[in-house]
Structures are given as C-alpha cells and as structure tokens.
Design a protein around this ligand. Structure first.
Ligand code: BES
Ligand code: MN
Ligand code: MN
Length: 454
C-alpha cells in the first residue's frame, strides 16, 4: 500500500480543495429555494466519477436526484455498496455561525461549513480513495457501487422504492457508510447499532380566529393550553414515555452490552460540561450512553402558537402546533408507534379543540451482526488508516435506509464514522477535523484491500 499512501500524501491539498468546492454548494434538501443547488451538488459528484472514467449516472427521482456509479466486477471478490448523502440540513440559525455556512473556512485544524461532517466530508473520503486506486493501480481489487442520495436529511422518501426496483443492479455483499462518528478524538469506532425514528406534527385548532383573552378567556379551550397539556402527558418526570404499548417491542439491554458500554472511556462530567447544562437528564435507571444509544426517547423539535413578538399581547390563539419525534430502538416499528400514539391522543385531547396528526417520516433502528468477517476487515482497515484499533459502539442517530438495505439487498452495513460528536452536525459551526478527513481517506483505501482479501 506504499504506492497508494504516497499518492494520498501528494494529493492531500487537492482533496481539501475539492471538499471545499462541494461544501460551497448549498444543497439544503428541506427547502425548495435550494433546488437547483441540490442538483448542482449531484452533478458535481457525478463529475468526480467521470474524471476517473468510472461509469456514473445522475438518476432523477420524484424528489432530489440520486448519483449512482460503479466500478467493474471483480470475479471472486465481494461487491461493496457505498452509501452517502450530498444533501445537508438548513444552516439556521445563521447569526450563530462564526464564518458563513457555505464559505468553508479553516480554523485550528478544523474545516467549518454546513455538510463538513454530515455528510459531504465523510462521503468524499470514499471517492478520493477510489481516485487513489484508479490513478495508482488502474482499478480496485473488488467491485464498488456508489449510491449517493440527496434526501437523507428529509427522510429518504424515494430511496426505499428505488432499492426495491433496482435490487439486482445494486446487489452487493456489504454496504459501507461513513455518516457517523468516532467514539472520541483519536479513538475511532465501528458503529454496530443505530436508533430508529418516528416523526410527527400535531396541529391543534380552537376558535375560528384569534380572540381577546379578556372577553373570551375562560369560556373556551385555548389550543395552546390544550397542546401543552397533551405534550406534557407524553412523558413523565422519570423519562418514561406514557403512550400505552410504546415499550411493547423494546428489546432490553443485555448485561453483556451494558458492561461493554461501561468499559468505554466515557466521562459524564466532561460530556455535561461540553453541552453546557446544569445536570444531565434522562430515563431513570440508565447511564448516559445507554440513554443515548439503546433507549427510546420523546423530544419536541418545534413548538408554536400565539404571540411571539416584542412586548405582550392579550390573545387566545386560534391554533397551536408542535413537531416532535420518538427515537426508537431496534425491534420497535414506527408504524406501530404511530398507531399507539393515535390511540393515546384520542384519550388525552381535552374537549373543545380538534387536532390533526401528521406522520412525517419514520425508520426502524438497526443492530449489525457482530460476527461478520467484513466487520473484522473494516477494523483492520481503520487501524491502518487511523493508527488506532476501533472500539465497537452504538449511536443514537438514525439512518433509516440501513434497514432497507437489509430488507431489499439482504446486506448488512458497516458504519465507519470519521466524524466527532462535537462536529456540530445540524447546528451552527459544523466542522470536520482536517486530519480525520485524510485518515478517513487512508482507512477507506485500506478497506478495499482488506475486504478483497478478507
Ligand atoms: N448522519 C446522520 C445520522 C447519524 C447521526 C448517525 C449521529 C450516527 C450518529 C444523518 O444525516 C441524520 O441526521 N439522520 C437523521 C434521520 C432523519 C432525518 C430521518 C437523524 O438522525 O435525525
Ligand atoms: Mn448524515
Ligand atoms: Mn444529518
């Protein structure tokens, strides 16, 4: 691998420049005003493959396009599908960015921009390791198919159907995804479990229009009061979700897994300090890592009603609404959670208002088969790329399409994260350590070798 390592070193500055080019494209999938930028990002990625002479295609969907590329088949070697996403979260709140979100800026060894870690910087590592193999060796030791989507941050609505319809074309032995994190700086990790999600919007409606709160207050149900009463009943002060049936399918943590979590070098005080809260909080009876990785949650993600401007206004709002979501653990089913929630709302909604529950998106959780030989190959590749053997962890985030890969392609996923927990994904000042970008490329270059000779 000397030849390839040498190539990676000689091209390091160009790789960073290319990452900056991709980061300058504001490919925000949630907001229609960025539609042409989203398309430009897809095209930019397709061009990366074109320069290498790799077969590629920008595939339109009913939403944002997919980029698909594949290298030639290598008989006798496993086939790998690399998945990633070129779309990013909205950059708000804009005022909190130290440098503008779509002007990549280096500070102290970090590269700051929306998408730096989630997922442009991470996904590009696999494109650049492909480049190294193509330029130095003329090809890869195994077949790699790339599937890069533009709707991950809005629930991958059109990808499941594409997998079902193209299962033969996408056939593979294992999926590789770099869209997660290391355990801590300089301690890389392989993530063997992810949580699922069930996301909702609840709209509560009261009177025909806003009313004077003195003239009418006390004679009707205020929809903001009703909404907050409902939300407050969803979870108790010991962190237990109160929806009947919610915990029915939850797999309890095994003693073995609990002791594995406890063996990881995790410092609760430092974690608390970094986040800036006076006290950590969660479900009674579980550690912070257990709560984050292997227990379900309920969280309000957005909440609105009434007057929010300067000063005060005595008003009964006509409407109130909330966006909220449950993180789910493996074996919980988002559709069943929605059904339980509908039953719960019917029983707790106060009289005098009506409501509408909108199911936004959902996805099941995931745990990998830890005995896979591909997992061992990935661990060797990471050790070579990072200089440290990875630990095996779970994470609290969701990549719903991972369970679709299992269902439609019968393939497990290797979740090889090059990011860090404090990369500020989805928040202001998102970043990626530049050293991790290069280590990720090196690990990816080793990965093709290790998987081919597993
Ligand atoms: N890369 C994240 C998922 C992730 C986060 C994995 C943290 C591991 C650790 C992904 O881009 C993401 O944000 N997913 C959404 C999914 C949702 C939109 C369906 C999430 O977890 O909120
Ligand atoms: Mn991501
Ligand atoms: Mn994300």
């Amino acid at each position: 691998m000397r030849d390839i390592q040498h190539y990676l070193r000689s091209r390091a500055a160009d790789f960073e420049e290319d990452l900056c080019r991709l980061l300058r494209i504001p490919s925000v999938s949630a907001d229609g005003k960025y539609r042409s930028d989203v398309e430009r990002a897809a095209q930019w990625i397709a061009d990366q493959f074109e320069r290498l002479g790799v077969a590629r295609e920008v595939i339109p969907t009913a939403g944002h396009p997919l980029v698909y590329a594949e290298t030639p088949a290598v008989p006798g070697a496993p086939r790998v599908l690399v998945y990633g996403h070129y779309d990013v979260q909205p950059p708000d709140p804009l005022g909190e960015w130290i440098s503008p979100p779509f002007e990549p800026t280096r500070r102290d060894g970090d590269l700051f921009a929306r998408g730096a870690t989630d997922d442009k910087g991470q996904l590009l590592t696999h494109v650049k390791s492909l480049e190294a193999w193509m330029r130095v060796r003329g090809g890869l030791p195994l077949q790699v198919k790339f599937l890069i989507e533009g709707e991950e941050e809005v629930g991958s609505e059109h990808l499941d159907g594409f997998l079902r319809a193209n299962a033969e074309r996408l056939a593979c032995d294992v999926v590789v995804i770099s869209d997660s994190s290391q355990f801590s700086p300089d301690l890389p990790a392989i993530t063997y479990g992810l949580r699922g999600i069930a996301y909702f919007e609840l709209r509560v409606t009261g009177p025909r229009q806003d009313l004077h709160s003195g003239t009418f207050g006390g004679s009707i149900m205020n929809p903001a009061n009703a909404l907050t009463a409902i939300l407050a009943r969803l979870i108790d002060d010991r962190g237990r979700i109160q929806v009947p049936g919610f915990y029915d399918d939850v797999l309890p943590l095994t003693d073995q897994e609990r002791s594995q979590f406890r063996a990881l070098p995790f410092d609760e005080d430092r974690f608390q300090g970094r986040i800036g809260v006076p006290k950590l909080h969660g479900e009674d009876g579980y550690t912070t890592l257990e709560r984050r990785w292997a227990r379900p949650t309920f969280d309000i993600n957005g909440l609105w009603s009434g007057y929010q401007g300067e000063g005060s206004k005595t008003v009964l709002p006509a409407r109130a609404g909330a966006k909220f979501s449950f993180r789910l653990v493996p074996n919980q089913n988002p559709a069943k959670v929605a059904e339980c929630l509908r039953g719960f709302l019917a029983s707790v909604c106060p009289p005098g208002v009506t409501y509408e529950l909108i199911e936004m998106h959902g996805g099941a959780g995931y745990v990998a088969d830890l005995s896979s030989p591909y997992l061992a190959a990935a661990a060797r590749a990471i050790e070579r790329g990072f200089g440290t053997a990875p630990v095996f962890i779970r994470e609290g985030g969701s990549i719903p399409i991972v369970s679709s890969f299992r269902k439609h392609l019968k393939a497990d996923s290797l979740l090889l994260g090059w990011g860090l927990d404090d990369d500020n994904a989805h928040g202001p000042n998102e970043k990626l350590r530049i050293a991790d970008f290069h280590r990720g490329i090196a690990a990816s270059a080793h990965l093709w070798n290790e998987l081919a000779s597993r």
